[in-house]
Design a protein around this ligand. Structure first.
Ligand code: MG
Length: 305
């Protein structure tokens, strides 16, 4: 399933399934069928556990099977489904309950371009919920605050089943799905001190989306090509197989003595090709369009403004 948070005509954001030419409203569609009623909010779906996810998958299958016979205009009037081009996508989790957990220097070639040896233990930092924005939101350019705004495409992990001390061998069973993050970074603020937090935490500096692809569709998260371009010029092109610490290892390490909960988000680090590591360095400016793409997930496209 490709699950996201959508709105139509400026209405309230709601949980939706991307079904190709149509976006299905899972809450309203579930009212027409036997079984669980599904929530209208992604975090509530995550909290509802595997039975809700299973029911959502069944409803998506049902809708897709009858989609060719559907009158989408009629569906839209009932609020059940909308033509894809009528829908605005928001961040799949518009407001995470916690900071996004992030990995630093998790690709050897990126560590090298940053002048560092590959880390021997995962490096963590976080981005507050106020950084999270959607696939159709602009990235604010804070004039006067930074002159070194940079890009970072990253595979995002959304936790479905919480836990503590999760063994690496079972870690992927805790993943609800995968998404794309752009870990936008103000390098001057990031490197002013040894703690990167401030430079990673400007409003709107964590575009997320366009959707969450459920884990059953990505059995191996370490075999995904990830790329990023600025104004159509390729800047990053790598594979999640090059991560130093795998998704499973990260979940095991992060959850050691620290509880992970449904809806927690982990951004797994960026490969080589960031602006700050280029010779000469390159930075974002207002008007730039960034496209962050991960195989099987999609494209996260944002304008800098
Ligand atoms: Mg990063």
């Amino acid at each position: 399933m490709r699950l996201g948070t959508y709105s139509v005509d400026g209405g309230a954001p709601r949980l939706g399934a991307d079904c190709g030419r149509a976006v299905l409203d899972l809450d309203r569609y579930s009212h027409l069928h036997d079984g669980l009623r599904l929530p209208a909010d992604m975090l509530e779906l995550l909290a509802a556990g595997p039975s809700a996810r299973q029911h959502a998958a069944e409803l998506c299958g049902h809708f897709l099977a009858e989609l060719s016979t559907h009158d989408l205009a009629q569906d839209a009037e009932a609020g059940l489904a909308y033509a894809r081009d009528r829908v605005r996508w928001h961040a799949p989790i518009p407001r995470p309950r916690k900071n996004v957990f992030c990995l630093g220097q998790n690709y050897a070639a990126h560590a090298a371009e940053s002048g560092n040896a590959p880390p021997t233990a995962p490096i963590y930092f976080t981005k507050p919920p106020t950084t999270v924005s959607g696939p159709e939101d602009a990235i604010p350019y804070p004039q006067g605050l930074t002159t070194r705004l940079d890009w970072e495409v990253e595979l995002g992990v959304v936790i479905g089943r919480g836990g503590r001390d999760i063994p690496e061998g079972h870690a992927l069973e805790h993943v609800f799905g995968y998404t794309i993050f752009n870990d936008v970074s103000a390098r001057d603020l990031q490197f002013r001190t040894s703690q990167w937090f401030k430079g990673k935490s400007l409003d709107g500096s964590c575009p997320m989306g366009p959707v969450i692809v459920t884990a059953d569709e990505i059995p191996d998260p370490q075999r995904l090509r990830l790329q990023l371009s600025v104004n159509g010029v390729k800047k990053q092109d790598s594979n999640t197989g090059d991560m130093i610490f795998s998704v499973a290892r990260i979940i095991a390490d992060l959850s050691a003595g620290m509880t992970l909960e449904p809806g927690d988000c982990i951004s797994t680090g960026t490969p080589q090709g960031v602006g700050d590591g280029r010779k000469p360095p390159e930075y974002l400016k207002p008007g730039d369009v960034i496209e962050a793409e991960i195989e099987r997930i999609g494209v996260l496209r944002n304008l800098v403004r």
